[in-house]
Design a protein. Structure first.
Ligand code: URA
Ligand code: URA
Length: 271
């Protein structure tokens, strides 16, 4: 006779097998989805129905990426405080990650800070709490800042994407493009003296480069937008989630942290 397992044992087995998230009630056949959306992926975004009567979460229509970007730019530009920007992001339907995420993870910290840190996207703990960098990577980031005498409460921290990609996968170019107007506006409204780009995705996105993090870190660069105000000095650092897996790379990051500390002391002397 087959051995019977109770629910706790089955859950434990799921957890050990790496199944730790329930995303949808029904399984999704990705082969079918891929066939219908694949060639449209480059220039359009599947929009998920928010019609509560249907209770369905399958993509119902495709809108063009340029329309999504236009609506995101319009919404971001109209926001003239961080609060209204957060509301505009909550109301934005152009990024499908919103449907699988539990919470919008907006930035937090003081305005006009010396430092603004921008990571990639929320992880599981950030998604649960609705706050950036509160999981293991966030705790390491906090210790890294402390090592150069910076308190977390004195810096503004946010991410390129405000919604967690399922299973922490790397965000797609389409998802990043859809949310780009919001992070650009957030930088304008926060108006930091120095930007720290945390990890490869953040650095690539905001510096508009295809170079990997190993080539962008280790030097001062500039974040600048066409028609924008003055450029902001920017420094890319290795992502703390990566440092947790490859502690040997902490040495490089320590050099970057010291350079940031040095630059901060120079800017405060000018004031
Ligand atoms: N990794 C990120 O890039 N951002 C977070 O908020 C957490 C982990
Ligand atoms: N890859 C990334 O994307 N970021 C890092 O910091 C390191 C490797």
């Amino acid at each position: 006779m087959a051995k019977e397992y109770n629910a706790t044992q089955i859950l434990k087995w799921y957890l050990e097998s790496g199944i730790d998230e329930a995303l949808e009630e029904k399984p999704v056949n990705h082969f079918i989805l891929q066939a219908t959306t694949e060639d449209k992926e480059a220039d359009s975004i599947p929009v998920v129905s928010t019609d509560t009567s249907s209770n369905s979460k399958t993509p119902v229509k495709l809108i063009s990426l340029s329309d999504t970007t236009k609506s995101a730019y319009a919404a971001a530009k109209a926001a003239d405080t961080l609060e209204t920007l957060r509301d505009a992001m909550s109301a934005f339907e152009g990024c499908p990650l919103k449907q699988t995420a539990k919470n919008l993870v907006f930035g937090n910290g003081p305005v006009s800070p010396k430092l603004m840190l921008i990571g990639e996207a929320p992880g599981a703990e950030e998604d649960r709490q609705g706050r950036p960098f509160v999981g293991p990577a966030g705790q390491l980031l906090e210790r890294m800042l402390k090592a150069i005498s910076i308190e977390r409460g004195d810096v503004y921290i946010t991410n390129i994407l405000p919604w967690r990609p399922p299973g922490n996968r790397t965000p797609t170019d389409t998802e990043i493009a859809a949310c780009m107007p919001f992070i650009e506006r957030q930088i304008e409204l926060v108006s930091p003296e120095i930007l720290i780009l945390v990890g490869g995705v953040s650095a690539k996105t905001l510096l508009g480069t295809t170079h990997g993090i190993m080539r962008t870190r280790g030097k001062w660069l500039e974040y600048k937008r066409e028609g924008g105000l003055e450029g902001i000095p920017a420094r890319a650092i290795l992502h703390p989630a990566y440092l947790l897996r490859s502690p040997a790379q902490k040495r490089e990051t320590w050099m970057d942290l010291l350079a940031i500390q040095q630059r901060m002391s120079e800017t405060s002397q000018k004031l």
